[in-house]
Design a protein around this ligand. Structure first.
Ligand SMILES: *[C@@H]1O[C@H](CO)[C@@H](O)[C@H](O)[C@H]1NC(C)=O
Ligand SMILES: *[C@@H]1O[C@H](CO)[C@@H](O)[C@H](O)[C@H]1NC(C)=O
Ligand SMILES: *[C@@H]1O[C@H](CO)[C@@H](O)[C@H](O)[C@H]1NC(C)=O
Ligand SMILES: *[C@@H]1O[C@H](CO)[C@@H](O)[C@H](O)[C@H]1NC(C)=O
Ligand SMILES: *[C@@H]1O[C@H](CO)[C@@H](O)[C@H](O)[C@H]1NC(C)=O
Ligand SMILES: *[C@@H]1O[C@H](CO)[C@@H](O)[C@H](O)[C@H]1NC(C)=O
Ligand SMILES: *[C@@H]1O[C@H](CO)[C@@H](O)[C@H](O)[C@H]1NC(C)=O
Ligand SMILES: *[C@@H]1O[C@H](CO)[C@@H](O)[C@H](O)[C@H]1NC(C)=O
Ligand SMILES: *[C@@H]1O[C@H](CO)[C@@H](O)[C@H](O)[C@H]1NC(C)=O
Ligand SMILES: *[C@@H]1O[C@H](CO)[C@@H](O)[C@H](O)[C@H]1NC(C)=O
Length: 740
């Protein structure tokens, strides 16, 4: 009887819950309520505070408890909850709340590269310090099967380390190289490996790029052989899995990773993912990186893969190091032998070795499924447009870029040649023998050959590693100008992100296609995702020599010593920022553009944030934007590059106030050297800086003047270099004319 009663009351409660959910809960959306810096008061309990705020906004204790998903409170304050729009609005009115924003989903920005950068293995290193450096990566997890994470010779984690290693599906534990691993799946997405295991390969790749140990004779099926290793080969790795195969990388998981990584004691954070740029304090990466910066941790982020279009750059806050992708001098080319003796070249990571024979060659138009009228474009080999009989066993020539290899594989084709209307500058791993060619050159030859004969034949050879011109910015790398702080140039610099050989996970297939059966502990990938960990590694490398430099100082050192990129197209500096990273040169930059927390506060005031918001964000009480020295000049921040945007018919007028800290020789005199195009006058006042000691800081200003920029151009590129004959401290100066 008692049991039945219990059962009934549970049933009633269950039905009640269903009713509540039915009426209300399903309309709720997930929001993040950001509440700035943690309160120092010892009695402060974030969870209770969050619950009280929620209960007030929702008007029901029980519902408030059910709606809360997660409380942040280790490194900053805030929580995630399921809310109705009016509840979100109500919370925004609360005194302690900076912002309330919907939880969105971000995307991943999918050996030799370090030697190319002038940081060979034998280079002078601070091993003793380097092995105390911890690089935290927010990614798809990690696979310890990769030899890049062999911990032989490593002692226990540095004493400062407070993180831990979570085990689970396909993840048995960490070692003394990978000292931490956690996963975040706050939305409870049904995923196959609820553990730090990497079932996409991406996180293993970025981790080994940032800090993998050297692995001799690393290669992908014999391709690209050489030593694969990370930038700071002796540093430790901590993985924070926030990206999932099904649900992507959610804002609330990203914030949870920042909350924990900062508290765990990582020294550098590498984030190879992003979403649409948002206002800084409604953007999880900007929020997390801000609190990391306050604690001396630099965050390196990928710029995005939406180039070459302008205004596509992501992760643009000034306290983030925004990294674009450039190439190395290595190129992967795949040769096609045609039946008439011609050889043409294209790009792809084609791991397949062909048989010693020719295969019938056909184009999409000739292989079209004529019975199916009007469905798809057969010349482009669209899905459903081709006939299985005509494709089987043949190599198919297809027009237009895109992954046609999957389609031809499905129809049992022997291979495909994809003719792209623009020259490709990176290679992708294909699921069957395949190659991308440029339609104007190789494509034309193949096209003519197919039309010239009844029995065209070809064979696609296995990919070869060759040398090519470098560095240039990859076509896919996102370009500026940015839309959030329009006078700060982004991306900041470039690092190798094209055809990078690094560790990979055997839980993923080489092409990412589940039906592909090739698995390997190495893979070749391209993307700003691959550039970002190179920069994170470089950051850790500089920090191992200069442990007390601020994040802004390290970033300045990397930017002012970068190698300016060859200007190939109109979007030059909008794609490359200060240029390609040079980690060794960054150890001795001469001068630093440093930024204190007070200057960030002045900058935020100038950007329109009010005193109360900034007070909560920074945890600095009792100041008023109108009391503090207003940030001066066009950008209001001591940034290592200078940028202004003008309206179409507007004349150029900008002023940049800067100060530099001497970290070179005690007594030194720097002279300003300006390079500027016609139509842009640049004055540096004073144009000589005389330092009498190390750590001395001197100020100057840079004034830009000029008539409206002529119709035919929208970008003026200039530069300022401070030179003491030992150091050359370079800043790009970029004027961009908006289209409206
Ligand atoms: C790790 O490295 C050590 C020393 O180089 C080597 O002896 C050992 O076989 C390696 N372990 C694995 C699993 O590769
Ligand atoms: C481990 O990964 C494999 C391949 O992705 C998967 O089939 C298997 O279910 C996973 N194991 C566990 C315990 O989840
Ligand atoms: C081609 O068209 C026929 C008739 O519409 C259809 O049955 C077949 O599935 C189509 N596709 C292929 C790949 O042959
Ligand atoms: C088919 O696709 C190709 C390549 O994208 C394009 O050049 C061609 O015009 C398309 N044909 C039709 C009929 O749409
Ligand atoms: C070859 O033939 C295809 C149709 O099969 C046609 O679209 C193309 O223009 C021809 N190419 C040349 C170079 O004549
Ligand atoms: C830069 O500024 C920070 C914060 O004000 C300060 O701690 C640091 O010593 C300064 N200098 C360098 C080289 O980082
Ligand atoms: C400061 O800005 C926030 C967010 O824009 C706003 O909600 C708040 O009312 C403002 N406070 C004051 C004192 O103006
Ligand atoms: C800019 O100036 C030109 C010529 O003086 C004029 O035709 C054009 O409308 C102006 N554009 C804007 C946006 O003011
Ligand atoms: C710098 O110059 C001053 C005066 O010329 C001299 O007294 C001092 O020793 C010099 N310091 C260094 C570090 O060279
Ligand atoms: C500036 O300094 C570098 C040393 O870093 C030197 O090689 C160069 O000639 C100097 N002068 C100019 C104008 O770049």
């Amino acid at each position: 009887m008692k049991m039945l009663q219990n059962f009934l009351s549970i049933l009633v409660f269950f039905l009640y819950c269903l009713a509540v959910q039915g009426s209300n809960q399903h309309e709720r959306k997930t929001y993040i309520v950001y509440m700035g810096e943690l309160t120092v008061a010892t009695a402060y309990a974030p969870e209770d505070h969050h619950h009280n705020l929620l209960a007030t906004a929702i008007g029901d204790q029980q519902l408030a408890r059910e709606s809360k998903i997660h409380s942040y409170g280790k490194s900053f304050n805030g929580f995630a909850a399921r809310l109705l729009p009016h509840e979100a609005e109500k919370l925004l009115e609360e005194g302690n709340v900076v912002s309330v924003f919907p939880n969105t989903h971000n995307k991943l920005h999918t050996t030799r590269s370090w030697n190319f950068l002038g940081l060979p293995l034998k280079k002078h290193r601070h091993s003793r310090v380097e092995k105390h450096m911890i690089v935290g990566l927010f990614d798809t997890g990690i696979s310890l099967d990769s030899p890049s994470f062999n911990d032989s010779g490593y002692g226990p984690p540095p004493p400062s380390w407070k993180g831990k290693c979570v085990t689970g599906a396909n993840f048995t534990g960490c070692n003394n190289k990978v000292i931490g691993a956690k996963f975040f799946n706050l939305q409870n997405s049904p995923e196959p490996n609820l553990s730090p295991a990497d079932d996409q390969g991406h996180g293993t790749h970025t981790s080994s790029t940032a800090a993998g140990v050297p692995v001799r004779d690393a290669s992908l099926e014999g391709i690209g052989g050489g030593t694969a290793r990370g930038g700071v080969a002796r540093a430790r790795i901590a993985m924070y899995k926030v990206c999932w195969g099904r649900s992507g990388c959610s804002d609330m998981d990203l914030l949870a990773a920042f909350d924990e990584a900062i508290a765990d004691g990582v020294n550098v954070i590498s984030v190879s993912l992003g979403g649409t740029p948002r206002k800084f304090f409604s953007d999880p990466v900007a929020i997390g990186a801000f609190h990391a910066m306050k604690r001396g941790i630099i965050t390196s982020c990928s710029a995005g893969n939406s180039g070459p279009a302008t205004m596509t750059v992501e992760n643009v806050a000034p306290w983030i190091l925004t990294v674009a992708a450039s190439n190395t001098d290595r190129l992967f080319t795949t040769v096609v032998d045609l039946g008439d003796g011609h050889k043409v070249e294209g790009m792809s990571i084609n791991t397949f070795t062909p048989e010693r024979k020719m295969y019938p060659l056909i184009n999409g138009a000739l292989a079209s499924n004529v019975t199916e009228d009007g469905y798809g474009n057969a010349s482009a080999c669209d899905h459903g447009s081709l006939s299985k009989e005509k494709v089987m066993g043949k190599i198919v020539y297809c027009l237009g870029a895109g992954s046609k290899d999957y389609i031809i594989k499905e129809l049992n084709g022997a291979g495909t040649i994809i003719s792209a209307s623009y020259p490709l500058d990176y290679s992708t791993t294909t699921v069957i023998p395949a190659v991308y060619v440029y339609s104007n050159t190789a494509g034309k030859t193949i096209d003519l050959y197919i039309n010239s004969t009844k029995d065209a034949q070809a064979v696609i050879q296995k990919v070869k590693s060759t040398r090519g011109p470098a560095p240039f910015v990859a076509s896919f790398s996102s370009r500026g100008p940015q839309s959030i702080s329009t006078n700060i140039l982004k991306p900041d610099l470039t690092a190798p992100g094209v055809d990078i050989l690094a560790g990979y996970s055997k839980l993923a297939t080489l092409s990412g296609d589940p039906e592909d059966n090739r698995r390997n502990v190495f893979n070749i990938l391209s993307g700003t995702s691959m550039a970002c960990p190179h920069a994170a590694g470089a950051t850790a490398y500089v920090k191992s020599f200069h442990p007390h430099w601020s994040p802004a100082a390290i970033k300045s050192a990397l930017m002012t010593t970068a190698t300016p990129m060859r200007i190939k197209d109109i979007t030059a500096e909008l794609g490359s920022g200060s240029g390609q990273i040079n980690p060794v040169k960054a150890l001795d930059p001469g001068l630093l553009y440093n930024i204190s927390i007070d200057s960030y506060i002045a900058f935020l005031c100038k950007e329109g944030y009010n005193s109360s918001s900034i007070g909560i964000i920074t945890g600095t009480k009792g100041f008023d934007c109108s009391d503090i020295d207003p940030a001066q000049g066009t950008d209001g921040i001591n940034y290592p590059s200078m940028h202004t945007q003008i309206i179409p018919n507007g004349s150029i007028s900008a002023i940049f106030y800067r100060s530099v800290t001497n970290v070179g020789l005690g007594n030194s005199t720097y002279k300003a050297k300006v390079t500027s195009p016609k139509g842009l006058s640049i004055k540096v006042i004073p144009d000589t800086l005389t330092f009498s000691g190390v750590n001395q800081e001197l100020s100057f200003k840079v004034m830009l003047k000029g008539p409206p920029v002529p119709k035919e151009s929208n970008l003026l590129s200039a530069s300022l270099e401070w030179n003491d004959s030992q150091h050359n401290v370079r800043s790009p100066i970029v004027v961009y004319k908006r289209t409206l």
